[in-house]
Design a protein around this ligand. Sequence first.
Ligand code: PLP
Length: 447
Amino acid sequence: MSQSYWQPNRYRRSAALFDKARAIIPGGVNSTARATWAGWDPHPLFIDHGTGSKVTDIDGNEYIDYLLGLGPMLLGHRPPAVTQAVVDQIERRGTVFALPAADETVLAEKIRRAVPSMERVRLCNTGTEAVLYAIRLARAYTGKTKIIRFEGMYHGFSDGIYWSKHPNPETAGPELAPRPVPQGPGLPPGVGDGLIILPWNDVHALRETLAREGDKIAAVITEPIMCNTGCILPENGYLDALRTLTDRHGVLLIFDEVITGFRIALGGAQAHYGITPDLSVFAKGLGGGFPVACMGGRADIMALVERGKVSMAGTYNANGIAVAAANAALDVLAKPGMYQRLYNVSDRLRDGLTRLIRDLRVPAHVVGLGPVFQVWFSREPIRNYREAARYADHEAFRLWWEGMLNRGVLFHPGAYENLFVSFAHTADDVDRTLAAARETLSEMLVG
Ligand code: PLP
């Protein structure tokens, strides 16, 4: 890259720790999204601690945090009510018994109260597992095998679905009929035959595919808002069309609300858009920073789990820490006025950035809803993955990221990730972020 604002002196201790980590941990990190090739180049920041809306790295730099652990820290870092609930659970009760506890039912009821489509709920630990269960259940219920998934989405890393996340458009087949592309070597090749990959936000492609192959398709899985190729909103009527068309063909509609759940609204994006999926998956927003996820939906579908026909197993499912954390988090989230406040702060940031971009005439636009959004450095609007691959300016995004980092604002360096606002962010955080953005964008324009 020709231009860079990277300041190696600010991150000396992170660089040294990264060298040490690399000698034993492949890539120096424990998840792909933290790797150099995911954008954390030349090395990720090593974090010392987080409090509320801020994190401090090992070099002592403090940041306003819009990375939020890639989503889970919806209540900010170390939210007192969740922390206390977990401490109490550990100190007074214990963590894993392989037998049920009353709190699990309490939690399931809270989830159903928040998200009425979750007539029955099963708990697990990660979004990946919850998606895997939902897909297996859809196949078992419908007796059909194929799954429609959309190019550019991410539904976890299990073999059955870790395909066509961000494939090379040159080798991923035609734009309107992409071919399944495995995330990498090691995925069983036959699995791709069970997937139909479609462009998102394209009713025509979906209608044609369901008309042609609906009798073989068990489910359509989608994020209600595309949050894994930057942020892309559903076009007007698209989610309604998904619902109508899947119903017409006896195909289940699975909403992957791992990112949108408990964030867009207490009832998730399905509440915001007024769509009732057959099955849904929730994770990140549910646990106030602790690993907990759930899968659920229509009682007649979940009856297959009830009768033991479809097995959902897991030693750590509904462990004491997960359940205590989620119960405490949902109590906080269900308090009156919470989401209004979150939207006030989030809208102040997105509207402020939009105004700045317009005033400074930056070729970019801000896309998102409430507390999740991305800045697209593109003159063109972006409706799906191929358009993102065609139009998004990754070099400009990198400079934007470096400039903001230098000014104490943290988010993921990848243009295909998002910025997240938490319940702990304040108007003051937003105003400081906007001041940093004005300086960074001005610096980029001078070039
Ligand atoms: N689904 C979506 C939409 C996600 O964004 C993610 C993770 O980022 C997953 C599923 C997988 O969740 P987990 O990382 O908890 O396995």
